[in-house]
Design a protein around this ligand. Structure first.
Ligand SMILES: [Zn+2]
Length: 436
């Protein structure tokens, strides 16, 4: 049978079926989709590939799904560090944004982020920022899969004046992107403390009509929850329940403040939690009880958050932090084992975004969103358990190849769709402006 590409590798971790490691197998790809995964010797007999790629010391696995971030904020990496969330936001980030954020800023910042994400094995990202049309344009240029957030806030920014205008522009962008095979949308009300009841209720209705997810920062800090109780008499999760937002459409980002009954409520309503361990650590926001959530069946995905609060977009680093922190928070070394961490960074993200029919694991029929991680170097040898090397020892420099829908975006460490020197020149130009 004639096909486009055959990739043979030392190991494949397909994520589905669970806890599986395939030795000396190959992935057959045609028209951007996985058509078979089979022993390499058998694949050589069965398929005549236009392109044959051999990765003799590598693990192939599904690309990472960064389930929460603000791509354009990569231009604010290191602008203000070592500060608590509210001080950081109100005295540093929001003032810089009000002065500088425009379509050009978002486009340049998103391209910088796409370059970093592709180089670190991310094949899909879920974003929340102003000028999402520019983020979509950058993602399309890069060839990466993206869910762009239709951001909503109560207050005016360069993108929109009021909730009404945010919604209007968001829905227009959704219509504009319909039919795009790699870029889709989600409503992205920023947080309970920046969006009032009326727009939140409308978002619940519109999300149902358009059949898209809702992506919100929720219970990020103890201050957020306390402040909400003082102002509204309700914890934010209870308020969203009252407004009918708790459903499998909702991606609740952070969730560091959770009581036992709230964990049960998340499980009962099918809400997805997006865990951002490094942002939570850096802003001292608190700890998401990941193991407790997983034990009651809550789908927990992973995100890096923006580069201004992390400060990298490295999902491999993030999943290691999640695995380590998950054990510390649970007081249990068996919590969040390596395979679980890999699943959180891939399939769970796809599920949260409603994309699990398309991506998130290596199964015939799904899009060929694949990464190759080289384990032959001194930092990852010897190999007893490839999943352990990937989670606990490998770094993003070990990620050598990335494919999205069968198209190779990273080839032996080199970006194929983006030009780093132009991207870097633009980034340095913005730094000069923001530093003034
Ligand atoms: Zn965020």
């Amino acid at each position: 049978m004639n096909i486009d590409t055959l990739i043979t590798a030392r190991w494949i971790i397909p994520i589905e079926p669970e806890n599986t490691i395939l030795d000396n197998h190959a992935i057959a790809i045609n028209d951007g989709r996985i058509i078979a995964i089979l022993p390499s010797a058998e694949a050589e007999e069965r398929f005549e590939a236009k392109l044959k790629i051999q990765r003799e010391n590598h693990v192939l696995m599904p690309g990472f799904i960064n389930a929460h971030g603000h791509a354009a904020m990569s231009l604010m990496r290191g602008l203000a560090d070592d500060l608590p969330l509210m001080d950081w936001l109100t005295n540093h980030i929001w003032p810089a944004e009000s002065q500088w954020v425009n379509p050009e800023f978002v486009h340049d910042g998103s391209l910088l982020a796409c370059a970093e994400m592709i180089r670190s094995g991310t094949t899909c990202f879920n974003d929340m920022y102003f000028f999402p049309d520019e983020t979509a344009r950058a993602a399309e240029h890069a060839g990466i899969r993206a869910v762009v957030g239709l951001i909503v806030l109560n207050f005016p920014t360069a993108w929109a004046e009021n909730a009404e205008e945010y919604l209007h522009k968001g829905i227009a962008l959704h219509d504009q992107l319909s039919g795009n095979s790699l870029i889709s949308t989600a409503f992205a009300p920023h947080a309970p403390y920046t969006v009032s009841d009326e727009p939140l209720t409308r978002i619940a209705t519109y999300a149902e009509e358009l059949d898209i997810p809702i992506h919100i920062h929720l219970h990020e800090t103890a201050f957020e929850v306390q402040d909400a109780v003082e102002k509204t008499g309700l914890r934010p999760l209870a308020r969203l329940q009252k407004l009918d937002l708790l459903s499998p459409r909702l991606l609740a980002v952070h969730m560091t403040q959770l009581e036992q009954d709230e964990i049960s409520l998340l499980a009962d309503t099918g809400v997805h939690v997006v865990h951002c361990p490094e942002s939570n650590l850096k802003l001292a926001s608190g700890f998401c009880p990941v193991q407790s959530l997983l034990e009651v069946g809550v789908n927990v995905a992973l995100g890096t958050d923006g580069a201004a609060s992390n400060n990298d977009l490295d999902m491999l680093g993030e999943l290691r932090s999640a695995a380590l922190l998950g054990k510390a928070v649970a007081g249990n070394a068996s919590a969040v084992p390596a395979m679980q961490a890999l699943k959180m960074a891939t399939l769970n993200g796809a599920r949260a975004l409603g994309l699990d029919e398309e991506t998130g694991s290596l199964l015939p029929g799904k899009a060929a969103d694949i990464i190759a991680i080289d384990l032959s170097d001194v930092d990852t040898q010897p190999v007893y358990h490839p999943e352990s090397q990937v989670v606990y020892a490998a770094g993003r420099h070990n990620i050598r190849d990335v494919w999205v829908a069968g198209k190779q975006l990273l080839r032996e460490g080199e970006l194929t769709t983006l030009n780093p020197s132009t991207i870097l020149e633009r980034a340095r130009g913005w730094k000069e402006k923001l530093a003034r």
